[in-house]
Ligand binder design. Structure first.
Ligand code: PLP
Length: 345
């Protein structure tokens, strides 16, 4: 039997209908701006997020890094949560490619409080370096798919604006927040100079991310640096078609992933060995703990894998399971039985 893969929502495979859309896509050379499918995707993304410009890029990492690049100068400081994707999973790119220093703030669930941001903004003083950018992540991956309140974002934005500091949103899973809260993507995006989001996570496309902005000058610089970073592609419409298909067909269904995450969290909560917070299972990521585990995490992962369930460990006794397009409610029930068997011993 094929394993139930809950390691990440990046493991989804394109559906037959998505592949069909890819096969049929009209294409052109996107470096010349002549790929009609890329152009259609960019227009759709900009409209969805209430912005004027959008740029298609190969990965979420590149989307974040291009945003950091165009919004900062070398030697600037960037404020962000200490477990942000930009801090943890992008190979030090902000330092290596933009020459910025990161001011990382520890938080419980990845969500910066306005007071923390306020305290982190450097005074304008000849001894200190300038705060050049504030980055938020919504939903927050390492925080367990946690969602920012619009009020918190608005308050951080008010602080940022009073000091002339731009804001970037790593919205890799922004549409999970949209579906969970009913708040539109544009409502979230209004507070940010740049917003990135992934097509390759829960939306189920094989690759691709977008960066949106309202500023033409930023959009031109994003395009220039995309080329510099090696992200300008040619007949990328093949990939963009998957993204268009995902935006048309895979946003609303994210609710199924959230329902499945709660279903899994409930099943895990019924196991005496497991600690899981249902209230913190807000989207498609389930974080849980096995505090008194009798063997190392690697062995538990191995035992689960042997029984056909894949997850990741994110700490010595902490685990992460992610629901997505290729996991059904039945799969969750089967996985729950495996968890029960493995974590009872
Ligand atoms: C996945 C992810 C990204 C981008 O990752 P890529 O693998 O480069 O597409 C960025 N931010 C967050 C929060 C993510 O989860």
């Amino acid at each position: 039997m094929t394993p139930i893969d809950l390691r990440s929502d990046t493991v989804t495979k394109p559906t037959p209908a998505m592949r069909e859309a890819m096969a049929q896509a009209p294409v052109g050379d996107d470096v010349y701006g002549e790929d009609p499918t890329v152009n259609a995707l960019q227009e759709k993304a900009a409209a969805l997020l209430g912005k004027s410009f959008a740029l298609f890029v190969p990965s979420g990492t590149m989307a974040n890094q291009l945003s950091v690049r165009v919004l900062t100068k070398p030697g600037d400081e960037v404020i962000l949560d200490s477990r942000s994707h930009i801090v943890r999973y992008e190979q030090g790119a902000a330092a290596a490619l933009s020459g910025v220093q990161l001011f990382t703030i520890p938080t419980e669930r990845g969500l910066l409080a306005p007071e923390q941001v306020q305290a982190a903004i450097r005074p304008k003083d000849p001894h200190t370096l300038p705060t050049g950018l504030i980055c938020l992540e919504n939903t927050h991956n390492a925080g367990g798919g946690s969602i920012y309140s619009l009020t918190a974002i608005e308050r951080i934005h008010t602080l940022a604006r009073s000091q002339g500091i731009p804001m970037h949103l790593d919205g890799a899973r922004l549409f999970n927040a949209v579906v969970a809260t009913g708040i539109s993507a544009a409502a979230y995006a209004q507070y940010f100079d740049t917003v990135s989001f992934c097509l390759s996570k829960g939306l189920g496309a094989p690759a691709g991310s977008l960066i949106v902005t309202n500023h033409e000058e930023l959009s031109l610089r994003l395009r220039r640096y995309r080329r510099m970073y090696g992200g300008a592609m040619r007949q990328a419409g093949i990939l963009a078609a998957a993204g268009l298909y995902a935006l048309d067909h895979h946003i609303v269904r994210l609710k199924e992933d959230h329902d499945n995450a709660i279903r899994l969290a409930r099943a895990l909560r019924s196991l005496p060995a497991v600690k899981v917070d249902l209230g913190r299972t807000e989207t498609n990521i389930v974080l849980f703990d096995v505090p008194q585990q009798s063997r190392p995490a690697s062995e538990i992962l191995g035992a689960l894998r042997e029984k056909g369930v894949l997850i990741n460990a994110v700490g010595p006794t902490t685990y992460r399971a992610v629901t997505h397009l290729d996991v059904s409610a039945d799969d969750i029930d089967r996985a729950a039985e495996v968890f029960s068997a493995v974590l009872a011993t």
